[in-house]
Design a binder for this molecule. Structure first.
Ligand code: NAP
Length: 260
């Protein structure tokens, strides 16, 4: 299917690996020129070279921390007029409610709520003026179904979700479409770390821990970055203009409900 976005330009935050890279690959496959971002220049450059080589699109990199004002300014300077914005950053650490003080809360709120909001604030006026824009925020299934040990994520991302719910409905009439994608468990470096920790805690092998984790999911596995990227690319397509302010859960059916 031609997504109708060939020649469009996208900023993909936190995209040298994992879900962000999955989205970058699928946008590139649709012919979108990319500005990729991550903190580590070497992996970012390798990803950019691989994507440019495979899909023949223009790819530039901004090796900065997107959760800082300086990092965001560098991104906006490199690509001041993106048609597509993919908001993403690393997730907060696990813990227990009693672990987190003001410093930890401010960091989580900055990284997973304010950073995407500030990027949208900077980019939406240009999209509105040009009467076309797509924003996809990578949040988490934890917004819908809390993961107790990820309380920082549950809360900060819920704040972002509330902002998107109202704002997406204010900008849709200008051809600017904002939605959230909620990953359940996907095979990336982040979940590899969780599985390794679980193996250590239970005194079992990593393979056994992985089998257990997969068995808990109705699909019998974790999602792939490719599947995630394809869903995001559709939400950035010419055909997503009537999908407004939605929260699409990609979790293999792990969230058990009949509706919603
Ligand atoms: P990942 O495989 O660890 O990849 C993270 C990517 O983000 C890397 O490219 C990393 O590169 C970059 N990054 C991290 N912090 C950054 C920052 N401050 N500024 C710029 N780039 C940054 O993680 P993932 O699994 O794809 O997860 C992506 C997001 O989805 C996270 O917020 C995670 O909590 C959320 N999520 C993931 C899952 C899952 O199952 N994978 C489920 C629910 C939610 P550098 O380290 O070089 O910066």
């Amino acid at each position: 299917m031609d997504l109708g976005i060939k020649g469009r330009r996208a900023i993909v935050c936190a995209s040298s690996k994992g879900l962000g890279r999955g989205v970058a690959e699928k946008l590139a496959e649709a012919g979108v020129d990319l500005t990729l971002n991550a903190r580590t220049e070497s992996t970012l450059k390798a990803t950019a070279d691989a994507i440019a080589g495979k899909y023949g699109v223009k790819v530039q990199i901004v090796a900065e921390d997107v959760t800082t004002e300086a990092g965001r300014q560098a991104l906006l300077q490199a690509e001041p007029q993106p048609d597509i914005l993919i908001n993403n950053a690393g997730g907060p650490p696990p813990g227990v409610w009693s672990d987190w003080g003001e410093e930890e809360w401010l960091k989580a709120i900055n990284n997973n709520m304010l950073t995407p909001i500030l990027l949208m604030k900077a980019i939406l006026p240009g999209m509105i003026e040009r009467k076309w824009g797509r924003v996809v925020n990578i949040t988490s299934g934890s917004v819908k179904s809390p993961i107790a040990q990820l309380g920082l994520s549950n809360a900060a991302r819920s704040g972002l979700t509330g902002f998107v719910a109202g704002t997406s409905r204010q900008v849709a009439r200008h051809g600017v479409i904002i939605n959230n994608l909620l990953p359940g468990s996907h095979d990336t470096d982040r979940t590899k770390g969780f599985i390794e920790r679980s193996a250590k805690e239970k005194g079992i092998s990593i393979e056994e821990a992985r089998k257990e984790a997969y068995a808990d999911n109705p699909a019998g596995r974790y999602g792939t970055a490719e599947e995630f990227g394809a869903a995001a690319a559709f939400l950035c397509s010419q055909y997503s203009g009537f999908i407004v302010g939605q929260n699409l859960l990609l979790d293999g059916g792990a969230f058990n409900s009949t509706l919603g």
